[in-house]
Design a protein around this ligand. Structure first.
Ligand code: NAD
Ligand code: TYD
Length: 367
């Protein structure tokens, strides 16, 4: 029986990962450590906490807390650390980078150091039963021109404080692997979309604004390109890399799905309108929104500082070494995502009102 130490598991990708592995591997235990920052929401894993009290433990805390992380290692026999915990929003890092360095760099250093001390690492061969997986991003490679793809050998050239902090963590992970023989893996994924994404990121922000008839702020000319991957495909990739990836390895994860921001926003308007008009389940909701779901909501606003022009992943290494390929087409994934937000208006409203903090923390931590 393996034990996974999942950090940041109340956030977007971390919560999707917990859902994925708790279902896929019936014999594992999971310890989730999450600070519950503005981006952490216990509602994201409420069902799993209720359904699997013996297999999933939630601990509210900071990855920088040495005593707490040591306690986790002393209490459970940790096999896998999967570090999702991070400050993840580029715009926030432009406003104030400090917390990005604290969590994304120093927090990772704390986890690495404790893993190195607590796991009995040999000097030559890697231990097969333990792995430290750092969930990184393609943004560490910087920006591409019109052509080309990021491979694992591309230069690390981060442009935003967020990507610089993630790149710094990658360097530390590499150093702990080289210096201390820590069996690490770094995954660098492209932009994710799907259920439970905090509505500050492009796709959920636009869905929420369309539903509320608010302006859709497109940065610059809207022609920046991102390479979109459905979150479940990312979670499957991490699961497979933990089992089949080489210690010390770096794996890019992406699904060859490049699109401009403006096209994404127009697709969201079209698909949302279709769903509301054609799906019986949303008839009532549709009646109140008919008049304003159209492209007139799009507003071009001042560009993001240092806005990376294009990201695109070459995923051939993970395909060859691990056998992973994406399974969910964007056309299907985006409709499922919109449906999820339509079906989970309460989740969205609790966040936009701010009530999600008090409501869920009290509900869970008072038990
Ligand atoms: P998110 O912002 O939705 O979630 C981050 C989680 O980490 C939250 O639950 C938050 O409470 C927690 N957290 C923050 N600081 C913490 C700390 N000091 N200690 C403990 N917990 C803390 O982020 P996400 O989109 O789910 O991203 C998860 C990871 O994946 C990040 O490391 C991010 O860099 C990486 N990533 C994200 C994307 C994407 O498109 N969202 C793409 C590639 C890589
Ligand atoms: P985002 O979801 O913040 O992810 P990242 O910056 O990590 O790629 O943004 C995705 C793209 O959408 C990025 O090019 C910036 C753009 N964007 C907008 O045009 N308007 C918005 O309101 C937001 C949040 C993003």
């Amino acid at each position: 029986m393996k034990t996974y130490f999942v950090t940041g598991g109340a956030g977007f990708i971390g919560s999707n990962f917990i859902k994925y592995i708790i279902d896929k591997h019936q014999d594992i235990k999971i310890v989730c450590l999450d600070k519950l920052t503005y981006a952490g929401n216990l509602a994201n894993i409420e069902e799993e906490l209720n359904n699997y009290p013996d297999r999933l433990t939630f601990i509210k805390g900071d990855i920088n807390n040495q005593e707490l992380v040591e306690y986790i290692f002393d209490t459970w026999e940790i096999n896998y650390i999967v570090n999702f915990a991070a400050e993840s929003h580029v715009d926030r890092s432009i406003e104030d980078a400090e917390v990005f360095l604290k969590t994304n760099v120093l927090g990772v250093q704390n986890l690495l150091n404790i893993a190195k001390d607590k796991w009995d690492l040999g000097e030559r061969e890697y231990r097969n039963d333990v792995r430290f997986l750092q969930v990184s991003t393609d943004e560490v490679y910087g920006s591409l021109g019109k052509r080309g793809y990021f491979t694992e050998e591309s230069n690390i050239q981060p442009n935003s404080p967020y990507s610089a902090s993630k790149a710094s963590a990658d360097m530390l992970v590499r150093a702990y692997n080289e210096t201390h023989n820590l069996p690490t893996i770094i995954t660098r994924c492209s932009n994710n979309y799907g259920p439970y994404q905090f509505p500050e990121k492009l796709i959920p922000l636009m869905i929420n604004n369309i539903l509320n008839g608010k302006e859709l702020p497109v940065y610059g000319d809207g022609l920046n390109v991102r390479d979109w991957l459905y979150v479940k495909d990312h979670c499957r990739a991490i699961d497979m890399v933990l089992e089949k990836g080489k210690a010390g390895g770096v794996y890019n994860i992406g699904g060859h799905n490049e699109e401009t921001n403006i096209k994404i926003v127009k697709t969201l308007i079209k698909e949302l309108d279709n769903l509301l008009k054609e799906n019986e389940a949303y008839k009532e909701m549709a009646a109140t929104k008919d008049d304003y779901i159209n492209e007139s909501l799009i507003t071009f606003v001042k560009d993001r500082l240092g806005h990376d022009k294009r990201y695109a992943i070459d995923p051939s290494k993970i395909k060859k070494e691990v056998g992973w390929e994406p399974t969910i087409m964007f056309e299907d994934g985006i409709v499922d995502t919109i449906k999820w937000y339509l079906d989970n208006q309460d989740w969205l409203k609790l966040i936009t009102s701010g009530d999600y903090k008090n409501y869920y923390e009290e509900m869970y931590l008072d038990r």
